[in-house]
Design a protein around this ligand. Structure first.
Ligand code: MG
Length: 378
């Protein structure tokens, strides 16, 4: 099936600017709660601009919610908090963010101005990552070394050759920050995936698992931007198959890498795996082949309820800020920024790469996408 034939493409998406405040209660007021406390979506229009904002603010909300328990096993989180449903005190303050959000903003800044979407040049992306490098945000050690050297004037390819692992990093550092690629490539999942691969290279995330993981997450956000929430819930396997197909086409021979296959089998199945199965058989660690499918699982278990998606993502433990950032991007892209819990959005850190700036970047990427007028098949 080609992309244009996907049944959830249209439906409730409307082309207007959001008039309501971000993270407002109004969207949630249009939801009903079932016995498990999960929001059931009642039909409401979702504006494209709100979805763009939701993809970036969802990243930030997930990063901030997961940050205080980053690296904790699920059992430790459960013993300490039960579940993480509110912003906890964090090392930089409640509602602060880590490298996931910092690099998401840097990527968005680069993509607003990138000359070509068809054959994207990693150079301006590398410079933007370096310009925004802020060690207190908790970057991976090699990424920090690479960005310091780019900032000092070295070309990214030389810095990567000096500091990256042989064969490239298989971690999720390229996938965690990739949501802006879906916005810049909108409405094409293929363009999003090409941008995703280009932006992975300047930090040495060139391992096949990393490249597939970042392409996979970018296509997933792209699909979520264009999907009807109730249709995603009704047909999860097809949603997953579409993501795998597009990511595989763009990444090319060898994709999906073998390490992804067990997780993809779980996600293809009509009934989603349990949280125990995800923890034991997939995991939520820094390896892209684990954390990227784990984030999609957290999303697919309740696509119409961003709060439940993020609580579930953090509850997996391990790389909590990144898994929740990726799951948050998906939930925000599908439901819009207005559907993000207001009590979380209100306490998000603002400032240079924070909440207001992400909203401006989402709006700028939408203006650019509209001016370019791309097609889903591009
Ligand atoms: Mg982080």
């Amino acid at each position: 099936m080609d992309e244009g034939a996907y049944p959830v493409r249209t439906g409730m998406i409307v082309e207007e600017d959001p008039a309501e405040p971000i993270g407002g209660g109004s969207a949630r007021a249009k939801r009903t709660a079932n016995s498990s406390g999960e929001g059931a979506l009642v039909s409401r229009p979702i504006k494209v601009a709100d979805r763009f904002r939701g993809a970036l603010l969802g990243t930030q909300v997930g990063d901030a919610l997961g940050m205080p328990v980053e690296g904790w096993p699920a059992d430790r989180i459960r013993e300490a908090f039960g579940e993480v449903r509110d912003m906890l005190p964090a090392r930089l303050g409640r509602g602060t963010f880590t490298d996931d959000t910092q690099m998401t903003a840097a990527l968005a800044e680069a993509l607003v101005h990138i000359p070509s979407l068809q054959s994207p040049d990693p150079d301006p992306i590398a410079r933007s990552f370096a310009r925004r490098f802020d060690p207190k945000r908790g970057y991976g050690a090699n990424t920090g070394r690479i960005l310091s050297e780019i900032r000092g004037g070295r070309h990214w390819s030389d810095a990567v050759a000096a500091h990256s692992l042989p064969g490239g990093s298989f971690a999720n550092g390229a996938a965690m920050r990739v949501a802006p690629a879906a916005l810049a490539g909108y409405p094409s999942g293929r363009v999003a995936a090409r941008l995703a691969v280009a932006q992975a290279l300047p930090t040495g995330h060139s391992h096949p698992e990393s490249l597939f993981g970042t392409a996979f997450q970018a296509v997933a956000v792209s699909e979520a931007l264009r999907a009807d929430p109730t249709a995603v819930e009704r047909n999860r396997p097809e949603f997953v198959q579409r993501i795998v197909r597009t990511a595989t086409e763009v990444v090319g021979p060898g994709a999906p890498p073998p390490a992804f296959r067990p997780a993809l089998e779980f996600l293809y199945s009509p009934s989603l795996p349990s949280v125990e199965t995800v923890r034991n058989r997939i995991g939520a660690g820094v390896r892209a082949a684990k954390s990227v499918p784990a984030a999609l699982w957290a999303f697919l278990a309740s696509p119409g309820s961003p709060e439940e998606v993020l609580v579930r993502a953090v509850g997996l433990g391990e790389d909590t800020d990144t898994v929740a950032a990726m799951a948050g991007a998906l939930a925000g892209a599908l439901n819009g920024a207005q559907a993000l819990p207001a009590r979380w959005v209100e306490v998000l850190e603002d400032g240079p790469c924070g909440r207001s700036h992400l909203v401006e970047l989402a709006d700028a990427l939408l203006r650019r996408a509209r001016n370019l007028g791309g097609s889903p098949e591009a």
